[in-house]
Design a protein around this ligand. Structure first.
Ligand SMILES: Nc1ncnc2c1ncn2[C@@H]1O[C@H](COP(=O)(O)OP(=O)(O)OP(=O)(O)O)[C@@H](O)[C@H]1O
Length: 323
């Protein structure tokens, strides 16, 4: 079975200062993340602020090196691909369309920029291609000569999507692409991404702190907690029968509608996870409503990337009981 994208054992550590008189501490932002994505599919990555989503996005975009592990694109380590080949094949859409677009460039300049960088086409050909893509993402042709500050947040995010699409990439990494937008605009952008997926057969990694945002867009979901994938499965399976207590809590959480609000209220008390003091046993155990004695001592098995499931002793117990 070949995968367009595969991560194997992705781990990323940071050395962080703890003040002048204390030694630096090691923070595990990612810990052994295994993921697989086939062409034409959408993989959702979900979890609270600080679970490692942006670190993962940066590694997938080859902007940050993992401490351990590899990212494979069509079976090739992305670190061995040239910068030009990589950016031709993998494009980002970031959270904040206000800062990710150059304010001094016109929309046409922004959308054609990747083509210019890659030396593709004449000026007229590039503008023609940009006009086609702008139409596809619902931007009127008259916007071509406007500047980002003249556009609304939703329109700017359409520009960012057009810029990502103009190279006809194999993979688009969307890092919280709707989180900075008003709720009504969020759904327009999600619908646009769904339409583009259907019409162009796009492959996305879609990162969000909000499980409900990804429900209708993604084929499979990876739920992350403190740098680990704690549940992985097909979307319907994860939404209809979540196995990990953390996934249940995320599903129960209210839809976050306030722009910029990064953390859903998941109703698990104040013990916000501290990546510098990951507890022994199950990392989620201090907040878990279903924890039992062993959870403080035994670390659950990592999720099997081929079979999916949850990294939870309750599931392991259930499986043993069924055997
Ligand atoms: N450059 C860095 N140096 C030190 N620690 C970092 C660095 N980047 C990220 N971290 C830490 O790694 C952990 C994961 O951060 P990351 O930004 O990937 O999480 P996230 O899920 O994207 O959260 P958010 O939605 O708030 O961005 C956090 O504890 C964060 O403080």
């Amino acid at each position: 079975m070949s995968y367009l994208l595969e991560t194997r054992g992705l781990t990323r550590r940071f050395q962080v200062s703890q003040g002048m008189f204390r030694p630096k501490a090691t923070l595990h932002a990612l810990n052994g993340v295994d993921l697989r994505l086939r062409k034409g599919e959408v993989l959702g990555i979900v979890g609270e602020s600080g679970c490692g989503k942006s670190t993962l996005a940066k590694i997938l975009l080859n902007l940050l090196a993992p401490s351990e592990g590899t990212v494979l694109l069509d079976g090739k380590d992305i670190r061995a691909l040239g910068r030009m080949e990589f950016t031709r094949r993998v494009q980002p859409v970031f959270q904040d369309p206000f800062s990710s677009l150059n304010p001094r460039k016109t929309i046409a300049d922004i959308v054609t920029m990747p083509l210019r960088v890659h030396g593709i086409g004449t000026d007229a050909e590039r503008r023609k291609r940009a006009a086609g893509i702008m139409d596809m993402v619902g931007l009127p042709a008259r916007f071509a000569e406007r500047y980002p500050k003249e556009l609304s947040g939703g329109q700017r995010q359409r520009v960012a999507i057009a810029r990502a699409l103009v190279m006809n990439p194999d993979l688009i990494i969307c890092d919280e692409p709707t989180s900075a937008l008003d709720a009504s605009v969020q759904s327009q952008i999600l619908n646009l991404l769904m339409d583009l997926k259907r019409d162009l057969g796009l492959t996305y990694v879609f990162i969000s702190h909000n499980l409900s945002v990804v429900e209708h867009l993604v084929d499979q979901v990876a739920v992350m907690y403190l740098g680990r994938v704690v549940e992985l499965g097909m979307t319907a399976q994860v939404f209809d029968a979540p196995q990990h207590p953390y996934t249940r809590a995320l599903l129960d959480s209210a839809l976050t509608v306030a722009p910029g609000q990064g953390v859903p209220d998941i109703g698990l008390g104040t013990a916000f996870p501290n990546p510098l003091a990951i507890p022994p046993g199950c990392p989620f155990q201090p907040r878990c409503p279903r924890a039992f004695d062993l959870c403080a001592q035994v670390r659950p098995q990592p999720v099997d990337v081929a079979a999916g499931g949850a990294a939870c002793l309750l599931t392991e117990e259930a499986l043993r009981g069924a055997a």
